[in-house]
Design a protein around this ligand. Structure first.
Ligand code: ISE
Length: 324
């Protein structure tokens, strides 16, 4: 039986999720699309039902599962609506605009007694990150002691640097570092260039591992995400983001992707397929609502403390048993 999926939001990510459901995912189909801009929703729907009210899409009997790809500020409202309707939801990161809203989603799942939320931290499905995590678990590089992350966008508007770069971009490294290391972050420290871009964020885990992340929103040359995991015996790191090298005129080159969609196309597809497969058997996959809350809480605590030169102690409530 094909899972009928509704997509809320037709921006960069909503349009990509709709495309995947139309063209690349087995066992599901694009049943509905919602956007306040009806013409944009119609273009993305390509024959699927069109809504301009997200709650109407969530409540519709045409929709069995929901992808939230609307503006960050709407995520919590729509996710809670999906939980109330008992429908599985893939919510684009971040889970919510604030940690308090993220915690409300966790509390709603705990009250429901089951998980229905997957947060769209798609890097957990990226093959290179999975190879690195398998290498750590296998012990081939020894105990992990350092993780170096690089997160460079081509360009971003002035208002996107500083706090926004933490809550919208660094959240990927916060989540993937927790997942790669299977450890919680207990402190953070931020050094920023004038204007807040680039910044270097250093975190330390409960196991003592150090996580450094460069966040550079105006790197200019290309969209470049890199990670190197350092152990006591060796290191593993992702290869250059290319399938092809060009040798020409005494030089070797490749082209960096323009943004996260071409760079993580495979991860988005694997995430969507895993989410559809899990939803059809009543389970979840990927980052949970608790993971989403912790990441947003860490981002929020970093923003609150980033003006200080001192380490920021990170704290969260006890993890509910539902997420053991
Ligand atoms: C964007 O919202 C994403 O989620 C991308 O994965 C990230 O690389 C980018 O910095 C964010 O702005």
């Amino acid at each position: 039986m094909s899972l009928a999926v509704g997509v809320i939001g037709t921006g960069v990510m909503g349009a990509e999720h709709a495309r995947l459901l139309r063209c690349a995912i087995s066992g599901a189909h694009l049943a509905a699309v919602c956007d306040a801009d009806e013409s944009r929703a119609t273009a993305a729907a390509q024959g699927a039902a069109v809504f301009t009210d997200a709650h109407a899409l969530i409540a519709s009997d045409k929709v069995q599962a929901v992808v939230i790809a609307s503006p960050d500020a709407t995520h919590a409202d729509y996710a809670l609506s999906c939980l109330a309707a008992g429908k599985p939801v893939l919510c684009e990161k971040p889970i919510a605009a604030t940690a308090a809203e993220g915690l409300a989603i966790v509390q709603a799942e705990v009250a429901l007694g089951r998980q229905l939320v997957t947060v769209g931290f798609m890097r957990r499905f990226d093959p290179a990150y999975n190879d690195m995590r398998r290498a750590r678990i296998a012990g081939s590089i020894g105990d992990a002691v350092l993780l170096h992350n690089v997160h460079r966008n081509v360009s971003a508007p002035d208002w996107f640097t500083g706090a926004m770069a933490v809550t919208n971009s660094l959240v990927h490294e916060i989540d993937i570092s927790r997942w790669l290391l299977d450890a919680e972050m207990i402190t953070a420290q931020v050094i920023s260039a004038p204007g807040g871009d680039p910044m270097l964020v250093t975190m330390q885990t409960e196991t003592g591992a150090i996580v450094s992340t460069e966040v550079y929103m105006n790197a200019a040359y290309g969209y470049h995400v890199h990670a190197q995991l350092v152990g006591r015996k060796g290191t593993v790191e992702m290869a250059a983001p290319t399938r092809m090298l060009t040798n020409l005129a005494a030089a070797q080159s490749f082209t960096f992707p323009a943004n996260w969609v071409p760079r993580f196309t495979e991860a988005y597809c694997l995430q969507m397929q895993a989410w559809v497969d899990a939803s059809k058997i009543g389970t979840t996959t990927g980052a949970s609502a608790w993971d989403g809350f912790v990441t947003t809480s860490i981002a929020e605590q970093i923003v609150q403390g980033m003006a200080s030169a001192n380490p920021i102690p990170l704290s969260f409530p006890q993890r509910p048993a539902l997420y053991a």
